[in-house]
Design a protein around this ligand. Structure first.
Ligand code: ZN
Length: 411
């Protein structure tokens, strides 16, 4: 039997495995059941004959990074199938899921209910479905006695839904990985292989005015009015960004963007009869896959400072809240061509390359390990929403694509 035929025959086992994973809620924050699920995943990999390391994040490290979540220890799992090959392909998926809300079709958000060819539940699409596809690809190879043409390294990581600091980031820094190429099981799906994604810079801008009684506004400096001027002053920078174009491999033309003020705040003592002494707004700067992150940050800081300097008595502070790096690998990489060919063969439709506007864990592998990294995995619907689900045929197809790649690509 071929591995592909094995996958067709064992689709119900793949679904059962996904259900087992979904029924262990690994909601993050705070990071529930990480211990249990990583034990389970490590055992799955051991049963497949892989050499497995279940890496616990040292308590002291977690205390520094997540002082409020010490009751929820962090783990990452790494498995290796040494096929005696020269090169190693790494397959990664995160096992944490976002919190749930709302009324689900099958009652429980962690039901794993199967309905008309779809598996329902938090994590089915994002991204326990990919975990199931990866494990089943390996199971199909083992069960049919087929050896991959490259070594296979697998990781299941924590915390992607928050910041990945103790997940993929920790793993690429401390996990002693041997990967030469990496596939993160999300970002690309169906006919699209993802060769890069945007990055992000999040800032808070605080304007420092001077409080005064509302009946004598001339005695104060109104931080809200300064903020309004500053926001308008940033229109020029918006225009500058919109003129910068990047043509993605799929033909879309993308520009960097800023979104101002998803968050607004005033300081303590914000009252209708008081001149506001503080005003804060946020800036969400999306960094193109091909932009230099540090350069983008310098430019943003300079633009905000210049806009503030043009306004009398506008004193500001800029605080970086969070950031995520972009990544982009040359689409001409032979690894990308091989994956595109595998997708095309299995789906019988020409696959193309794409760049994701959101971000995922790809950049840790691309930036830190400096290896060709792409995103591809099963598709799904209602990510982070009610009735999140994955289609069984897509899960099987992704497993077949991984199998096809691992049996044709030698590096
Ligand atoms: Zn995800």
């Amino acid at each position: 039997m071929t591995p592909a035929a094995y996958l067709d025959q064992h689709a119900s086992d793949l679904v059962a495995l996904l259900q087992t994973l979904v029924r262990r809620p690994t909601v993050n924050p705070p990071g529930q059941n990480y211990g249990e699920i990583t034990e389970h995943l490590a055992q799955e990999l051991r049963d497949l004959g892989l050499t497995v390391r279940r890496l616990a994040i040292p308590h002291a490290v977690q205390r520094r990074v997540q002082p409020t979540q010490l009751d929820y220890p962090r783990y990452n799992v790494v498995g290796c199938w040494d096929a005696g090959a020269a090169k190693t392909v790494h397959l990664n998926a995160h096992y944490d899921v976002v919190p749930v809300s709302g009324q689900w079709k099958h009652g429980d958000a962690f039901s794993g209910a199967v309905d008309k060819g779809w598996v329902y539940g938090r994590g089915t699409a994002d991204m326990k479905g990919a975990i199931a596809s990866i494990l089943f690809a390996l199971r199909a190879l083992r069960s049919t006695g087929v050896t991959p043409r490259c070594n296979v390294e697998v990781s299941f990581t924590a915390d992607e839904e928050t910041d990945s600091v103790l997940g993929a980031e920790w793993l690429v820094r401390h996990g002693k990985l041997r990967a030469d190429y990496a596939i993160v099981g999300e970002g690309g799906e169906r006919d699209h292989v993802c060769c890069g994604h945007n990055g992000v810079l999040w800032f808070n801008v605080t304007i420092h005015g001077k409080a005064a009684h509302g009946s004598t506004p001339q005695d104060g400096i109104n931080a809200l009015e300064k903020m309004a001027e500053l926001v308008l002053g940033l229109r020029h920078y918006k225009k500058v960004l919109s003129r910068r174009k990047f043509r993605a491999p799929d033909g879309r033309v993308l520009s960097p963007t800023i979104n101002l003020g998803g968050v607004f705040a005033s300081g303590e003592g914000g009252k209708i009869n008081t001149v506001p002494a503080l005003a804060t707004f946020s800036i969400d700067r999306r960094v193109l896959a091909t932009e230099n992150h540090a350069e983008a940050e310098r430019e943003l800081r300079a633009a905000v400072k210049a806009a503030a300097a043009a306004i009398p008595q506008c004193r500001i502070t800029l605080e970086k809240v969070s950031e995520n790096f972009s990544c982009y690998t040359d689409p001409e990489s032979p690894f990308f061509r091989a994956v595109q060919e595998s997708v095309t063969r299995v789906r019988r439709r020409r696959a193309g390359l794409t760049v994701a506007t959101g971000f995922n864990d790809m950049h840790f592998f691309a930036q830190h390990l400096k290896i060709p990294t792409l995103g591809y995995g099963p598709s799904g619907v209602n990510f982070h929403a009610v009735d999140e689900r994955a289609r069984v045929t897509d899960l099987v197809q992704s497993a077949k694509i991984y199998v096809d790649l691992l049996t044709t690509f030698a590096g």
